[in-house]
Design a protein around this ligand. Structure first.
Ligand code: AMP
Length: 146
C-alpha cells in the first residue's frame, strides 16, 4: 500500500470500531478511541484512532480529526505515565507500507519506554502477541489514571 489509495472498510481498526472484533479499550470519547496494541513494543503500548475519519494517513486526515486524535494521545500519555512510571514515552505514526504502516486507518502509537529496554519498533512487537489477560489487567491500571 502506497501513500495513495482508498480507505478499506475491512481494515482491522474499522472492524474494532464496528464492534466486529474485540479490543482492550483504555479510553473513548465521541470522536476517538484508545486501546492496547496486541503485539506491544513495550508494556502499555497504546494506539489512538479517530472514530469517524476515513483517513489512511497523515496526508489525508481532516485537521479536526487529527486534533481530536492528538488530544486523546496526550490524555492517554499522561495516564500511562501515572500508571506505569516509564522513563520516556515514544509517540509514533507511520505512513505507507514502506514506512512501516500495516493498518491503513490512521493511528498514533504511544509506547512507554524504560531505561535498558529496546527503543526500536520490532516487526511483530517485542515478544509477539500479548497475553489477553495481562492486557486486560494493564488496561484496568491505566484506566484508573484517566
Ligand atoms: P502500524 O505498523 O503503524 O500500521 O501499526 C499497526 C499496529 O496495530 C501494530 O502495532 C499491531 O500490533 C497493531 N494491531 C494490529 N491488529 C490489532 C488488533 N486487533 N488490536 C490491537 N492492535 C492491533
Amino acid at each position: 500500500m502506497s501513500l495513495d489509495g482508498s480507505y478499506d472498510e475491512g481494515n482491522v481498526f474499522a472492524l474494532i470500531l464496528a464492534g466486529k472484533i474485540p479490543s482492550t479499550k483504555l479510553y473513548e470519547d465521541e470522536h476517538t478511541l484508545a486501546f492496547l496494541d496486541i503485539q506491544p513494543q513495550s508494556k502499555g503500548h497504546a494506539l489512538v484512532i479517530s472514530k469517524w475519519s476515513k483517513a489512511r494517513n497523515i496526508l489525508d486526515i481532516e485537521p479536526e480529526a487529527l486534533a481530536q486524535v492528538m488530544t486523546t494521545v496526550q490524555k492517554v500519555a499522561r495516564a500511562l505515565r501515572e500508571a506505569l512510571s516509564p522513563d520516556g514515552l515514544h509517540v509514533a505514526q507511520f505512513n505507507g507500507a514502506l514506512a512501516g504502516q500495516t493498518v491503513f486507518h490512521l493511528h498514533v502509537h504511544i509506547v512507554p519506554r524504560w531505561e535498558g529496554q529496546p527503543i526500536g519498533f520490532a516487526r511483530h512487537g517485542q515478544d509477539g502477541f500479548a497475553d489477553p489477560a495481562e492486557l486486560a489487567a494493564l488496561a484496568d491500571q491505566v484506566r484508573a489514571c484517566l
